[in-house]
Structure formats: C-alpha cells, structure tokens
Design a protein around this ligand. Structure first.
Ligand SMILES: *[C@@H]1O[C@H](CO)[C@@H](O)[C@H](O)[C@H]1NC(C)=O
Ligand SMILES: *[C@@H]1O[C@H](CO)[C@@H](O)[C@H](O)[C@H]1NC(C)=O
Ligand SMILES: *[C@@H]1O[C@H](CO)[C@@H](O)[C@H](O)[C@H]1NC(C)=O
Length: 283
C-alpha cells in the first residue's frame, strides 16, 4: 500500500489535491489519513456494497461526496493550468491503477495465481471504479487481463518513471510523511521503479537504458539499512508471500506492527497537545 501511495504522489494533479486538503503533510496526520483510506477499502471488500445498509455502501457514498466537495472547494481556490477539472476522470483512473497496479504486473508476488484469480480481482476493481464514478470508457480495467497489464505497464513506463526523474515540488515532503511511518523513503521508491524496470518491454514499448542509472542516482540506497529494507521487501512480497503459511504469519506481524505505530502516533499527539512541542517522541 505504501508503494502504491508513493507512486500516486508522483502524479501532480493527485499530489496537488492532497497538498490542498492538508490532511497528510506530516507523519502523524498521514497515518490517520491513510488509516481511514484502509478502513474504507476494507469495507468495500468485506461487505456487500450493493446492500444499502452495508458499511461498504455507505463508504462509497461518503467517498464520492468527499471527492465532490473537495473538487468544488479546490476549484474556487486554485486555478488549474493544463486541464479544466479537479478530481477528473483521469485522476480517478490513475488512482485506481495506483491501487491495483503492482498486483496486476507481478501477481505471483502477492500470492495471486495467474488466470482466474487475477481476472476476478480485476473485475472487483473495475466495479469499484465504476461505483466511484469512473465512466466505462475511462475504466482502466474495462477489458481483458492483458489489456489491464498493458495499461498499468504504460503508466509505469511513461508516467511513473519520467515523473520520478523530475518530481513535482512537494513530492518528496509529502512522500516522506507517508513513508516515515513505515521505513525509509528511497527503498519504497526503488521497489516501485525496480518493478517497472524489470518489466521493461514485457507489455509494450521499452524504455531507455539510462533510466536505471538516473533513478539510482536520484534515489540512492547508500545506507546499509536502505539496502536491507529493499531486499526484505522483495523477499517478502516476491518470494515468501506466495506461501499461505507465511502470509498468515506475515499478516499477523504486520497487524501487530500497525498497532505499535498507532500507539506511537497517539503518544506523539498527546505529547504535542500537552507541551506544544513536536519532537521527542519521533521514535
Ligand atoms: C485503523 O485504526 C483502527 C482503529 O484505531 C484499527 O483498528 C485498524 O486496524 C487501522 N486500520 C488500518 C488499515 O490501518
Ligand atoms: C529495455 O529494453 C530495451 C530493449 O530490449 C533495451 O534496449 C533497454 O536498454 C532496456 N532498458 C532498461 C532500463 O533496461
Ligand atoms: C488537547 O488537550 C485539551 C485539554 O486537555 C483537550 O480539550 C483537547 O481535546 C486535546 N486535543 C487533542 C487533539 O487531543
């Protein structure tokens, strides 16, 4: 989820909205902002969104209202240069691809077997896209599994990579607010770029060889910790995650870790309220 989020932040029109709403520009705020995102997503998966009394149904309605009201407020306050609309169809489509993209490109890295599983998974997200207001002609998962792969691939090679070479101004600070809760920023970025580079040419045109070097220079893993974090992420998601037993253990540990992060965030908030000071508890 962190990798998907960071990829999303490279898109200026999404980043601008998140900067504008100001709910995730600092690590404790970002924690709660994305905790809420997680709760919404969970309700779409675990309840019946078609049932008007379900959590999922209420959540979708609420998210659409939030998008609408933010789009109206931001349009009043900020002029947009390139296109006319905030929270546009393409922004929604980009967000959806951000959510689902890495699983589409390396399903085996997330315990998803090719064929039927991936087909069903994409179907779920196609419907979610529809319910969140994406018109069918813009739905990135409206076609086959192969066409979804091509779409994700194109976005990785021709949007994500170029944007990381020349990121929007606020990218790094907003990205740090997210990643500081879970680890170092650059290994997360490198996880995404390595996926994109390793798939070079698999589902579309290839990208220039120079990308590898430039990315490595811009987002270096110069500490031992950084290298270790990337290696652990790769091993976890691309090797171990396909085994059910490991997945169960890992999910348990991850939930435990999330509880610890929550505790730290609560303490830090309490400390700030009491003393007006920020730091000390930036454990
Ligand atoms: C969000 O916070 C709630 C309540 O504090 C917690 O139970 C839940 O596990 C968190 N969910 C995510 C996805 O972080
Ligand atoms: C991508 O593939 C093309 C063609 O095989 C190759 O020329 C190019 O160097 C590759 N780019 C990267 C970044 O590996
Ligand atoms: C901060 O402390 C005051 C007084 O103790 C309390 O009323 C307020 O709700 C607290 N704010 C937060 C964000 O916890």
């Amino acid at each position: 989820m962190v990798v998907s989020l960071l990829s999303g932040l490279t898109f200026k029109s999404l980043l601008d909205v998140l900067v504008y709403t100001g709910k995730s520009d600092e690590k404790n705020k970002a924690y709660w902002r994305y905790n809420h995102t997680g709760i919404h997503v969970r309700s779409w998966i675990y309840s019946d969104v078609w049932d008007p009394s379900s959590e999922g149904h209420k959540s979708v309605k609420q998210v659409r209202l939030i998008h609408k009201s933010v789009a109206q407020r931001i349009a009043k306050d900020l002029k947009k240069e390139d296109s006319d609309k905030w929270v546009s169809q393409s922004d929604l489509a980009f967000t959806l691809v951000g959510f689902v993209g890495s699983i589409v490109i390396v399903p085996e890295g997330f315990g998803v077997t090719e064929s039927q599983d991936l087909n069903d998974y994409l179907f779920f997200w196609r419907v979610m896209g529809h319910l969140h207001g994406i018109k069918d002609e813009f739905n990135p998962f409206g076609g086959s599994v192969l066409s979804a792969k091509r779409t994700v691939y194109d976005m990785a090679q021709f949007c994500l990579l170029p944007s990381l070479l020349n990121p929007p101004e606020k990218f790094e600070s907003m990205a740090r607010a997210v990643s500081d809760n879970y680890g170092l920023l650059y290994p997360f970025i490198r996880y995404a770029t390595d996926l994109a580079l390793d798939n070079n040419g698999s589902y579309g045109e290839s990208v220039d060889e120079s990308y590898r070097e430039v990315i490595a220079k811009l987002y270096p893993l110069d500490s031992k910790e950084g290298k270790k974090q990337l290696a652990v992420m790769k091993w976890t998601y691309q090797t171990a995650y396909k085994y059910t037993i490991f997945r169960l253990i890992f999910d348990f540990l991850a939930n435990f870790h999330l509880e610890l992060i929550k505790l730290r965030v609560r303490l830090a908030t309490w400390w700030k309220n009491k003393t007006g000071r920020n730091s000390l508890l930036s454990l």
